[in-house]
Design a protein around this ligand. Structure first.
Ligand SMILES: NC(=O)c1ccc[n+]([C@@H]2O[C@H](COP(=O)([O-])OP(=O)(O)OC[C@H]3O[C@@H](n4cnc5c(N)ncnc54)[C@H](O)[C@@H]3O)[C@@H](O)[C@H]2O)c1
Length: 294
């Protein structure tokens, strides 16, 4: 049984949708929860938690505002002494085909999802390092992992969060900070116009939140990308094929295209532990031994 008693969690954008469901579940498992959102939804969720016997406080403001976020973290530390869990969940959509998308909307979506998550994570990073414990979840999306028509801004932001997770999982490891991604599918206001009603009925946020609870638990993995929806769960990986090595300095593009089949062969595909593994893999195929200077 996952017990979050004594833990303090911040869930961004938890005035509704998936965030609300995560916050309610964390509170039911004993965590004290900071419910962040732009609007009055935050207070409503705090009331729901309190009515059910849990402990929560609201933090109404935008995660894009670093001053607000710092204040949210500082007041949480003053009130409850620690922050153990951060779920970067807040988000918006500004869907349009790339041809019709303004750069303002591109920037706005990057700002909320990617910069918002970076700002919140930065604010809890030192307290988590100092206490030697932290659980951070980035909310990515199948749109970022695989692409979706009309979501160039959102997909870029969501894949940015995967990169942020990959590096922070490495940097946080020795401080007991584990960082993971959730790629949810759920019937929330964000999905209303995207999926038909029958499918929306199958996709309740409560079906996703157990995956997030697992990611913030004491025995959480780190550097996982878990996909969740309708009670189904999968892991996504960024992989590297065994690939080829071409002779010649430099090798020829024509030979590269000629050997595309072998290049793309997924037999023996790797999941690198870190970016340098690509260089190691390549230098090894070139007959050299990879050494890292620092
Ligand atoms: N619903 C899905 O199927 C799905 C799929 C993939 C990813 N996601 C991601 O899951 C997360 C939650 O989405 P949802 O479906 O629950 O949507 P939602 O719109 O119901 O919830 C998002 C919440 O974030 C809040 N928010 C937006 N901008 C904010 C800001 N600047 N500061 C603070 N709060 C802000 C909104 O007010 C809203 O309450 C998002 O990051 C979304 O991209 C959702």
């Amino acid at each position: 049984m996952i017990d979050l008693t004594g833990r303090v969690a911040i869930v961004t954008g938890s005035g509704g949708g998936l965030g609300r469901s995560h916050a309610l579940l964390f509170a039911r498992r004993g965590a004290r929860v900071v419910v962040n959102d732009l609007g009055a939804g935050a207070e409503a969720v705090v009331r729901e938690i309190s009515d059910a016997g849990g402990v929560a406080r609201s933090a109404r403001g935008s995660i894009t505002d670093a001053t607000f976020v710092q204040h949210m973290v500082d007041t949480t530390l003053e009130a409850w002494g620690r922050v153990d869990i951060l779920v970067n969940n807040a988000g918006i959509l500004r869907d349009k085909s790339f041809a019709k998308m303004s750069l303002e909307d591109f920037r706005l979506v990057i700002d909320v999802h990617l910069m918002g998550a970076a700002i919140c994570t930065k604010a809890v990073w030192e307290p988590m390092r100092a206490q030697g414990y932290g659980r951070i979840v980035m909310t990515t999306s199948s749109s970022g992992l695989y692409g979706n028509f009309g979501q160039a801004n959102y997909a870029a932001a969501k894949m940015g969060l995967v990169g942020l997770m990959q590096t922070l999982a490495l940097e946080g490891a020795k401080y007991g900070i584990r960082v993971n991604c959730i790629a949810p599918t759920a019937a929330t206001q964000m999905m209303q116009d995207i999926l038909p009603d029958a499918q929306l009925a199958m996709l309740q946020p409560e079906q996703v939140s157990p995956a997030v609870l697992a990611l913030v638990s004491e025995h959480a993995p780190t550097r996982a990308i878990i996909c969740a929806g309708a009670g189904a769960f999968e892991l996504a990986h960024i992989t590297l094929t065994q690939g080829i090595h071409l002779p010649g300095q430099p090798p020829s593009a024509e030979n590269l295209l000629a050997q595309w089949g072998e290049l793309a062969d997924r037999q023996g595909e790797l999941v690198p532990d870190q970016g340098f593994d690509q260089s190691r893999h390549e230098l090894t195929k070139a007959g050299l031994v990879f050494t890292q200077q620092k």
